[in-house]
Design a protein around this ligand. Structure first.
Ligand code: SAH
Ligand code: 2HI
Length: 361
């Protein structure tokens, strides 16, 4: 069959090819971002106090002269992807390009409360990536297991807890804490959610990053961070912020409100129901005045922002492959909430891609 010379069919073919290649090479953009984080490019520009030329950057990063052009090539892609700005500066009468920070690369500045470097490190860690080599085997095996288990023979939680020296658990906890610190803005925009509470328990609250923000904003609330012994066992709080270890599948300490941030998406519906029922029990002494506050993704496939939906759906596969967990649509949240015996709920979108769900008995 002769190849069609029809212009629109050809252009459709080219578009299809570009679309496919774009998705094949998406990982290069992820890895270039990881490299920028590891090199400390954002820190160098931040410490310099103004945009830096390629040679200034290379010398500040102590790169071998043979790597300067490689740095240029990385910066070119990263600038195109919105991580750096390009401006022209004059040095010794010659015009040179200088690279500056964008709002996205400012999230790589270490020491800032908004630094997300550990999240990049954890999410793009070999352990999160290597399991994908087994995806075909995973589909073909008739076993209920995560992709991670299929690839490594080990449950992700056990992998994290295995040996404290390898630092995987602390990397995971640091990444969660980094994400949680970004919650500050959402907290100030949704103060009403926490106003009037006398006590709150942050269930599976990690090392307490969110609770610390709540404690700062509402010092009168008696806050408890509840997590596994290996996470909170050695942490000490203060009068209104204490750490309690236990198993949320067994029981949850009583409080006026239970907070579940980035917890339910780690678990399937059956286990999520168990957590929600135990949460309901924990607030039961308050009668109708208790509440459960869920912070998680609520998938919106109808959003005008396709990138946002893509990110939500990518998270869904991350949760599926690592934990057999899931991101849920509004309808799925509603079913889970009512199945757990609650009577009403209210969803408020926060921080772009997540939502805050207030759930009432
Ligand atoms: N809410 C935190 C941490 C989310 S990560 C945040 O948003 O930053 C999920 C947490 O669940 C981890 O800290 C993990 O230790 C905790 N976890 C897992 N199984 C648990 C269990 N059975 N009981 C209590 N916490 C558990
Ligand atoms: C560090 C961070 C992450 C990770 C593993 C790490 O796995 C994440 O940010 C992701 C995922 O990529 C994650 C987010 C929420 C959650 C579990 C994992 O509850 O070491």
């Amino acid at each position: 069959m002769a190849f069609s010379t029809n212009g629109s069919e050809e252009s459709e073919l080219y578009h299809a090819q570009i679309h496919l290649y774009k998705h094949v090479y998406n990982f290069v953009s992820s890895m270039a971002l990881k490299s920028a984080m590891e090199l400390g490019i954002a820190d160098a520009i931040h410490n310099h106090g103004k945009p830096m030329t390629l040679s200034e950057l290379a010398s500040s990063l102590k790169l071998h002269p043979s790597k300067v052009n490689i740095l240029y090539r990385f910066l070119r892609l990263l600038t195109h992807n919105g991580f750096f700005t390009k401006t022209t500066v004059k040095s010794n009468e010659e015009e040179e390009t200088a690279y500056g920070l964008t709002p996205s690369s400012k999230l790589l500045i270490s020491g800032k409360s908004t630094c997300l470097s550990t999240l990049i490190e954890g999410a793009l860690h070999a352990s999160s990536i290597d399991m994908w080599k087994s995806s075909k085997k995973w589909f073909n095996e008739d076993k209920e297991q995560t992709l991670f288990e299929c690839a490594t023979g080990e449950n992700y939680w056990d992998f994290l807890n295995k040996d404290s020296e390898s630092g995987t658990l602390s990397l995971f906890q640091d990444a969660m804490a980094a994400d949680s610190r970004m919650f500050k803005l959402a907290l100030h925009e949704n103060k009403n959610v926490f106003e009037g509470l006398e006590s709150l328990v942050d269930v599976a609250g990690g090392t307490g990053a969110v609770t610390k923000l709540i404690h700062e904003a509402f010092p009168q609330i008696k806050c408890t961070v509840f997590d596994q012994p290996q996470v909170v066992g050695n942490l000490t709080g203060n009068e209104n912020l204490n750490f309690v270890s236990g198993d949320m599948f067994k029981s949850i300490p009583p409080a006026d409100a239970v907070l579940l941030k980035w917890v339910l998406h780690d678990w399937n519906d059956e286990l999520s129901l168990k957590i929600l029922k135990n949460s309901k029990e924990a607030i039961s002494h308050k009668g109708k005045d208790g509440k459960v506050i869920i912070i998680d993704i609520s998938i919106d496939e109808t959003s005008d922002d396709r990138r946002l939906t893509e990110l939500q759906l990518e998270y869904d596969l991350v949760m599926l492959t690592m934990f057999l967990g899931k991101e849920r649509t509004k309808q799925e949240w509603e079913k889970l909430i009512y199945d757990a015996g609650f009577s009403s709920y209210k969803i408020t979108p926060i921080s772009g891609f997540k939502s805050l769900v207030e759930v009432y008995p």
